[in-house]
Design a protein around this ligand. Sequence first.
Ligand code: IMP
Ligand code: MG
Length: 175
Amino acid sequence: MAERISMLLTEQQVDERIQELGDQISRDYEGKQVHLICVLKGGSLFLCELAKRITVPVSLDFMSVSSYGKSMTSSGVVRIVKDLDDPVKDKHVIVVEDIVDSGRTLSYLMEMLKKREPASLAVCTLLDKPERRVTDVKVDYTGFQIPDEFVVGYGLDYDQRYRNLPYIGVVHLDD
Ligand code: IMP
Ligand code: MG
C-alpha cells in the first residue's frame, strides 16, 4: 500500500525549537558536563542538532533498543540491542529520544540507567504524544507535544524509511 506524508512541523519550526532546547539545557547545566545518550536509530538526527547547540562540555554515547518493525503500535517488549560503551556513574546524563509514545521504552531505560548511579538523569525528547502514555514517566525537556498520529522524519521511520526527512510529517495509509 502506498502511503502519503503530510507536513506537521516544518524544518524551520523544528530547528528553532531545538535551538531553544539547547539554550535551556546550556543554562540548566552551567558549570557541568552533560553526557548525552542517544537512543538509536530514531534519536540520531535530533541528537546531532541538539548537541551542536549546547554550549557546556558534552560527551556522547549510543544505545539501541528493539523497535516496532513495520507495525504502528507498541508491542511493550523492550530489548537492548546495543548497550552503552561507557559507564554513566557520576555523570550528568540526558537521554535523547525521538518520541515518547506509550512511554514503555523510556521507563525501561530509566530504570536500567538509575541502577548505574549517574550524578543526575534527565530526558529530552523531540516529540511527545501524551494521549498515548501508559506509564508514569517524567520528561524534562520536550520539543513538541503532538496529537496521536504516526509521524516520520527527523530520525523517525515508517518501516525504516523517511528518517532523512528534514521535517516532521504524518503518515496516511488511506490511498
Ligand atoms: P514507546 O515505548 O511506546 O514510548 O515508543 C517508543 C518508540 O516507538 C519511539 O522511540 C519510536 O521509535 C517508536 N514510535 C512511537 N511513535 C512513533 C511514531 O509516531 N513514528 C515513528 N516511530 C514511533
Ligand atoms: Mg526512539
